[in-house]
Every structure is written in C-alpha cells, then in structure tokens.
Ligand binder design. Structure first.
Ligand SMILES: Nc1ncnc2c1ncn2[C@@H]1O[C@H](COP(=O)(O)OP(=O)(O)OP(=O)(O)O)[C@@H](O)[C@H]1O
Length: 408
C-alpha cells in the first residue's frame, strides 16, 4: 500500500445522522409518536404550575421503553416554556435514581441542576451534609423560582423514602415558602407503591398513569420518524416493519426497537454491505435483547437477582438439550416452592438472610411484569389446590452470563 491509497473510509456509508438512534437522544416533538393521550394527561396534572399554583404529584408506571422518561421530560420542558410566557419562573430537575440511589446524591443532583450563577450558592459534588444540601436547595428554590418540578426516574431504586418525605413536606414545613414543588415519580415496578411510607404515598400519588407497551404500528412509526439517521436509499424497505414486528411481539419496547435499528446498521457497516438488509435485523435483535436485559437488572436488589438466578439454574438444568438435563423435555415452568428452595441455597452461598416466600413471590411477579418470565396458574386437583409456574422468557445462558457480571 502506498501513501496515496486511502487507508480509511472518509464517510460513513450507512449512517448520516446516527445520534438520532442513540439512547441518550431526546427526540423533538414531531418525533414523539403515539403518546398524545399520555402527554395530555401529564400536562393536565402539572398545569396549575402555569398559574404559579402547586402541580399535582404524579406517579407513572409502565414497562421499560414505553416512553415514560421521554414524556415526563417533554411535558416538563414545555411547562417551563409556557410558564415563562405567563411570567412564572418554573424549572425542572431530572434525577436518575438508579444512579443517585442515596438521599444525599439525589438532593445534590437536584440542587446543582436548579442552581444558577445568580444565587451565589455553592453546591459542591460532595463534602457537605445531607441537611446542608437541603438547606441550600430550599434557599435556591425560594430565591429563584415560583415552581419546581422534580422528575425522579426509577424512583423504586432509591434506598429509602427520605427525600420523598422532604420534597412532599417542604411547603407545609415552612422550608419552601415562595416556590411550589411537584414530583413526577417514574417506575416499572408495579408493586412499588405498596412499599411506600403511608404519609408519602398519600401526598405523592395524587395522580397515577400507566403507559402501555407499544404495538407494531406505533413502533413502526417511532422508527420511521428517525429513518433520516440513515443515508438515502441505504435502509431496505422491509427493515423497519420487520424490526417493529419483532419488538412488538416481544415487549413493545421502543428502546429495543431503536436499538435493533441501530445495530442492524452497525452490522451492515461491519459486513461492508452497502445496504441494511432484513437479515441483519435478526442478529441485531439478539444483541438488543442482551442489552435490554442488562439494563433491566441494572441496580436491582441482590435478592431480586438471586430469585432470577434460582429460576435460571432450574431452566438450565432442565433444558431439553441441556448438558445437565435429568428430566429432558421438561421446560414448561417451575413452581414457586421449587424456585424458593434453590433461592435459599443461593442465599446461603452468598451469606445472605433469606426473604419470606411471600416476598419472593412478589419479586417473581415483578420479573413477570417486565417480561423476564411468564407466570401461569395451574390446578393441581382437589388434593393440591392451584399453584403458579414460572417460565423464564429470556435465554437462560444470557441471564446467567449477565447476572454473573452484574455488580451490586
Ligand atoms: N413515543 C415515542 N416516540 C419516539 N421515541 C420514543 C417514544 N417512546 C420511547 N421512545 C424512545 O425510546 C427510548 C426509551 O424511552 P424512555 O426512556 O422514555 O422509556 P421508559 O418508559 O422511561 O423506559 P425505562 O423504564 O426503561 O426508563 C428513548 O430513546 C426514547 O427516545
């Protein structure tokens, strides 16, 4: 090769605007598809903020990738803009509670994100007490704003309810007198509310919304609205419909659908193919599925993982072609008590106390809600009564590998 030969490709042959398909990308209004009703309901709940009154506190539930974070951020941003037009000074802060799990981290994030140079209040990354962070946050809010919306994403990952208590009581307690605070909590744990302190529950759950999974046509539209991520003519006609059909059949998860599209493009790149072909979608789907599962169990509690590990051990042992199979052919599902036995063994190995059978049942229900496993009721006849069986929906090997390299 001589110096005059091109060693590098100078232009991306597949993508022209790849960031449209990146996870962190926040689509603009025209690209939010199929959520008009949910956006309308959310807007209605926080609307009083525009007149400088208290917005309703909201809890949003829904499976992963159903647009909860997207719509919460979108409505908050629009609220701030509209409030400004009405002469009301509003602000919103976004906290990823999977990242900021402690009260101190969460209050620090809120305080630093609403702070401005004008306040002359310093919010250090660390080194001051939780109480001092609160004091500074209240001072900033009192000084600068009429209304503050706080989005707590993955709210169930918070270590405790302390910050919720503080935010919901700040007005009554006389700490924040000049600013109304509204909280938008987001969770994909259906049981989350049951765990909440009663006092917090009554003030934070004024309005509740459930975001349903997307169907194939909505996913198709969500992806089509971003097809300008690709160069003209590169995307085969069947690619988006195929990716939408696959993603809708499994979870109705927009993140996964977009991931499939991006990966399909990356596979085309790696193969040196000039176009993104339908066959790449199938490989891309596998990769997206692993990512999705990894994301789902990110920050989950150790016991939630032990329960899953127990079901995985059973599923691997009883795979029809499994190396350790002693009852080949049985892979329909496993009863709660059987999972519980293995779960107890895992706890012993980990040196952890076991949770009650009832709690383990709840954890299995949470996994079922997220489509990690499927539950079915069976009647064991008059002697046995009815019982539940749990079947892993994810590939057990994938689950095992992801669990093995997940750190607490
Ligand atoms: N209606 C939609 N229109 C366009 N893009 C969407 C829509 N819904 C979701 N997306 C995209 O899908 C991805 C996941 O959405 P989002 O983070 O809002 O989901 P979520 O319900 O909050 O999921 P999780 O519970 O995992 O946080 C984001 O990249 C988002 O831009």
């Amino acid at each position: 090769m001589s110096e005059s030969d091109d060693l590098f490709i100078r232009e991306d042959p597949i993508f022209v605007n790849k960031e449209l398909l990146e996870i962190s990308h926040l689509p603009d209004e025209g690209r939010i598809v199929g959520r008009d009703e949910e956006i309308g309901q959310l807007a209605n709940a926080v609307n009083p903020a525009i007149f400088g009154q208290s917005p309703s506190n909201v809890l949003i539930y829904g499976k992963t990738g159903t647009g909860k974070s997207l719509c919460a951020k979108y409505v908050s941003r629009r609220l701030v803009d509209t409030a400004e037009e009405e002469g009301v000074n509003a602000v919103f802060a976004y906290v990823d509670c999977a990242q900021d799990t402690t009260e101190t981290q969460a209050v620090q994030t809120i305080a630093s994100s609403v702070n401005t140079d004008a306040t002359e209040i310093y919010i250090p990354d660390k080194g001051i007490s939780t109480a001092t962070y609160y004091k500074r946050l209240w001072r900033i809010l009192n000084k600068e704003y009429d209304v503050a919306l706080i989005i707590l994403d993955e709210i169930d990952k918070l270590e405790d309810d302390a910050i919720l208590m503080q935010l919901s009581r700040a007005g009554e307690a006389g700490k924040v007198t000049d600013c109304k605070i509204g909280v938008i909590g987001i969770s994909n744990k259906i049981k989350y509310k049951d765990r909440m302190d009663e006092r917090v529950k009554s003030s934070l759950c004024e309005r509740e919304f459930v975001f349903p999974p997307y169907n194939a046509s909505q996913l198709n539209n969500i992806m089509s609205a971003r097809n300008d991520a690709f160069r003209d003519g590169v995307l085969g006609d069947a690619v988006i419909p195929r990716a939408a059909a696959l993603a809708a059949r499994e979870h109705g998860d927009a993140r996964k659908a977009i991931d499939i599209l991006r990966y399909a493009g990356e596979i085309a790149q790696a193969e040196g193919a000039g176009t993104v072909r339908e066959e790449f979608v199938v490989q891309a789907r596998e990769r997206a599925e692993v990512d999705r599962f990894r994301e789902l169990i990110r920050g989950s509690t150790p016991h939630s993982r032990y329960v899953l590990q127990a079901l995985t051990v059973l599923s691997l042992e009883h795979r029809p072609d499994g190396a350790y199979s002693d009852t080949a052919g049985e892979n329909d599902g496993f009863r709660t008590t059987r999972i519980y036995d293995i779960y107890e063994q895992i706890c012993r190995q980990e040196g952890a106390d076991t949770l009650s059978l009832r709690r383990v049942r709840d954890l299995l229900k949470e996994h079922a809600f997220l489509d990690i496993l499927e539950q079915s009721r069976h009647s064991g006849g008059s002697a046995e009564g009815s019982y539940t069986e749990h079947t892993l929906l994810e590939d057990p090997e994938v689950v095992r590998d992801v669990l093995a390299d997940t750190v607490e």
